[in-house]
Design a protein. Structure first.
Length: 535
């Protein structure tokens, strides 16, 4: 086993709230993860990443933390987490946990104290407070969840910054007390045995001095090609990660940091320099849509930029914040980024979307570097696109009055058994925290485990072949797009061919994996399919 284990790891994201519900209250929990750990072992992944399980009021599904050193009772206890770490390590799995350093919950003791304190106090200095007027915030910044990024302290001219929901006040990372606190938080979890951290909003901790106006109209990160502006990707943020890198370097075996940084692609490699983080999510790849030229360019540039700082690229096609690929790639225009899909939108063609998602799985798991799999991706789950408004929980939906559909569709609880209440997610008598669509019955784990051609079987096969042929540690030789929409990627271990246009493609060589049983016929790879070839 390599000391730099992360360089080719397949990392599986567990969203605990929707993974499995062991206590039957309708919400997933850590004992539920423990009960189904064999699913991840059988899948063949190397590492588990746990989305937040900390105490939280749940304004943003746990990304509003009120205590960074405990487990929310809805998810279990610290003892449950310790048991999960122990079982995972015994099974050969590493465990990453989410860290949310850009903001706390408004229920965090620090913020409660800040609101009760005077302007200029030490308590307020932990957060970003600024002076405005009774009806005008300090600047023109907008929240990523809609509306102003400022909330007024009642009956004063003071406002606090929340780049996300009002219940998520931004911390002041220019304050040494904040830095010291989070270094202690890192040690707390490292000492318990976690193998690293996925750092939420890693590009947002430092705000530009003086909090200048952003100017212009708010555009989302994907549409803009990455977050930009005075609240994002400030150069001083890298000093924080150098400090954290030094802290983690004192631990053995090696631990890692993974950046969630929606930056412009040409700046992403700044986060993975040798004295900062080990990995950063490749959102340019995730947002590439369905087009051979786009993928060829993103793959080439991603590997080049990561290699320039001695790091590896990561490859990700889904997570808890985006529409699942089966739904995203089944839309009439799969190259237009959706902020959720709701009942008022055209229904995706989930048959087409599944074909493309399976083909994209072949591409993703064959590329050199580390691959990330979001729970349910291995089942080919679509988004639930018919969630009624009264059942939605995402603050994006709430704050925009439904103008942004939000992320609930990708967060629906997993189906484990086709004939059980809640499809085996929990216990009879308690509805899952988000409703599940009827089509999940046919996609349940028990159904797919019995089908050698299922998406689950495909993922198991691909991950095993990836390990057998050392694909994650291979070298990229070239990535090119043919005029007829065929993507051809060659590495030192395998050739990947993906048909992203309307024409089939000639394939030569030994097929060791295909995205569908009928993908190749008469030496031709049909459209919306993929293969791995050995020369």
């Amino acid at each position: 086993m390599h000391a730099d284990w992360w360089r080719d790891a397949v990392v599986y994201q567990v969203y605990p709230r929707s993974f499995a519900d062991a206590d039957g209250d309708g919400t997933g929990d850590l004992p539920g993860v423990l009960e189904h750990l064999d699913h991840l072992v059988d899948l063949g992944v190397d590492t588990v990443w746990l989305s937040p399980f900390y105490p939280s009021p749940g304004v943003d599904a746990g990304y509003d933390v009120s205590d960074y050193r405990d487990v929310d009772p809805v998810f279990g206890t610290l003892a449950d987490l310790d048991a999960l770490l122990s079982r995972a390590h015994a099974a050969g799995l590493r465990v990453l946990v989410d860290l949310v350093p850009n903001h706390t919950s408004s229920a965090h003791p620090w913020f409660v104290e800040a609101l009760a304190s005077e302007p200029g106090s030490a308590a307020r200095a932990r957060y970003v407070f600024a002076t405005g007027t009774a009806d005008r915030p300090p600047n023109d910044w907008e929240s990523n969840f809609g509306g102003p990024a400022w909330e007024r302290v009642p009956e004063t001219d003071q406002w606090y910054l929340h780049v996300f929901a009002a219940g998520q006040p931004d911390l002041n990372w220019r304050n040494p007390e904040v830095r010291a606190e989070f270094e202690d938080v890192l040690r707390f979890w490292l000492d318990r045995g976690v193998d690293g951290f996925r750092v939420d909003v890693a590009h947002g901790l430092m705000k530009a001095e003086g909090l200048p106006d952003r100017g212009g109209t708010f555009i989302g990160a994907v549409e803009a090609g990455g977050d930009a502006g005075p609240m994002w990707d400030q150069d001083e943020v890298h000093d924080i990660y150098r400090e954290w890198h030094a802290l983690l370097a004192a631990y053995e075996p090696p631990r890692i940091l993974v950046a969630e940084a929606w930056t412009r692609p040409e700046r992403l490699h700044h986060y993975i320099r040798s004295d900062e983080m080990q990995q950063a999510f490749n959102f340019a790849y995730l947002a590439a849509g369905w087009g051979a030229r786009r993928f060829a360019d993103v793959i080439t540039s991603s590997v080049e930029m990561a290699s320039s700082v001695g790091a590896v690229a990561t490859w990700v096609i889904s997570n808890h914040d985006v529409v699942r690929p089966v739904s995203r790639l089944g839309r009439p225009d799969s190259n237009v980024w959706p902020n959720g899909i709701g009942p008022d939108h055209p229904s995706p063609d989930h048959g087409l979307g599944l074909e493309r998602a399976r083909a994209l799985a072949l591409l993703t798991l064959a590329l050199p570097g580390s691959a990330y799999v979001y729970q349910g991706e291995e089942l080919g789950l679509p988004d639930h696109v018919r969630i009624p408004p009264e059942s939605r929980r995402d603050p994006m939906f709430v704050r925009t009055g439904g103008a942004m559909v939000g992320r609930d569709g990708a967060r629906v609880p997993l189906p484990w058994r086709h004939d059980a209440p809640g499809y085996g997610f929990g216990s009879p008598g308690h509805e899952p925290w988000l409703p599940q669509p009827a089509e999940y019955a046919a996609l349940a784990v028990d159904v797919q485990a019995a089908d050698p051609h299922s998406t689950l079987a495909l993922y198991r096969h691909l991950i095993a072949l990836r390990r057998e042929h050392g694909l994650g540690r291979a070298q990229l030789l070239d990535a090119r797009a043919d005029e007829d929409g065929v993507l051809r990627v060659r590495t030192s271990a395998v050739e990947i061919v993906v048909t992203m246009g309307a024409a089939p493609a000639r394939v030569d060589g030994t097929v060791i994996a295909a995205s569908a049983p009928d993908a190749v016929s008469g030496g031709l790879l049909r459209p919306d399919a993929a293969v791995w070839l050995l020369s």
